[in-house]
Design a protein. Structure first.
Length: 323
């Protein structure tokens, strides 16, 4: 079995970048431990009673996971600062201000699924800082286009705990071994199937879809395969990590468009769309906001939202109007 550290070594990942993966490893094990005890002893289910800057109710586990990742990134020495979906502003780590990297994170994705024992996850993106080492970080460090990601990935806390990441050379899957709490290689260089069967979208928003997306939704319902049976099926977990993970393995598309409730889309460019699009690109898929490649968007604010389409290339072409 190939452990995470030996894999990173064999891929010539620099020691500084590898130390960030080690921080993610440690924090995710702590979060996984807490997730697996949900319902036992101290109650980690439920709302914290606070809201994040985007006006969303924070769950206890959102805050717990955020604290775990902040602690490990602060300690690791290679991270000069980070931005989190749960923090109002970007954080600068004065004790490691010479760190080469900044990290963007959604510490606990799929918050609405915490209390019902459904898969949730952590999503991260890693960039080289642009300001010189030792100087204060600035917006330009955090507001980089996704194309500049050095690495991205997610952890999914589910049937097993898996870490999926790319450092720009393929997208790889690791599984956490509960015995020694190390990650071991499960699949190297996974590729999205060219085409897929799964269409993942919250259809309650159908009336809000633009005409092209409405037509695509109808197409998914109508399309028959060569055997006369329906070509597509619907699957929507409501945790981006879990929906993306299934589609990556089985083939499919995930869409979260602009809606009346979320006119700019619900998902966050820096913490969700960019890291997932980088993984998709490295697995033969792609991410789009419906008009352009997600990775080309120049962010203007930390908590920026955007419509999101990601998945298998043929399904992406169909959804984006090349029917
Ligand atoms: P979160 O980061 O606050 O959990 O929000 C993101 C989640 C995604 O994981 C998921 O795909 C989506 O929100 C579900 O939203 P909805 O319930 O509107 O379908
Ligand atoms: Mg999220």
């Amino acid at each position: 079995m190939t452990s995470l550290s030996s894999f990173l070594n064999s891929e010539n990942v620099s020691p500084n970048l590898a130390s960030i993966f080690e921080a993610i490893h440690k924090a995710s094990v702590t979060v996984q431990n807490e997730v697996s005890r949900a319902g036992l002893g101290a109650d980690i289910f439920g709302a914290k009673g606070s809201e994040n800057i985007q006006g969303e109710q924070q769950q206890k586990l959102d805050v717990y996971a955020d604290e775990c990742f902040i602690r490990e990134f602060r300690l690791c020495g290679s991270v000069a600062g980070m931005a989190s979906e749960e923090q109002d502003h970007a954080l600068q780590f004065d004790e490691s201000l010479t760190g080469e990297y900044v990290v963007m994170i959604d510490p606990l994705d799929g918050s609405s699924n915490i209390d019902v024992n459904v898969a949730i996850g952590t999503i991260f993106a890693i960039y080289k800082r642009l300001t010189p080492a030792g100087e204060n970080l600035s917006d330009k460090d955090f507001l980089q286009a996704g194309i500049h990601q050095v690495a991205s990935g997610y952890v999914t806390y589910s049937v097993s705990t898996q870490l999926v990441f790319s450092t720009g050379n393929g997208t790889h899957m690791f599984t956490l071994n509960p015995e020694d709490r190390d990650y071991y290689l499960y699949k190297k260089s996974v590729s999205f199937p060219e085409d897929g069967k799964v269409y993942s979208i919250n259809e309650v928003n159908l009336d809000d879809f633009n005409p092209e997306l409405k037509a695509y939704a109808q197409h998914c319902k109508d399309k028959r395969g060569e055997n006369g049976k329906r070509k597509y099926t619907g699957r929507y977990i409501g945790s981006l990590v879990a929906d993306f993970h299934r589609n990556l393995l089985k083939g499919g598309i995930y869409v979260y468009p602009a809606t009346t409730d979320s006119p700019k889309g619900k998902l966050r460019l820096l913490y969700e769309c960019n890291p997932m699009s980088f993984l998709a690109k490295n697995a033969g898929g792609r991410g789009s906001d419906g008009l352009q490649d997600i990775l080309e968007i120049k962010p203007t604010e930390l908590h920026q939202r955007c419509p999101f389409y990601v998945g298998s290339p043929i399904m992406m072409d169909e959804a984006l109007g090349n029917l």
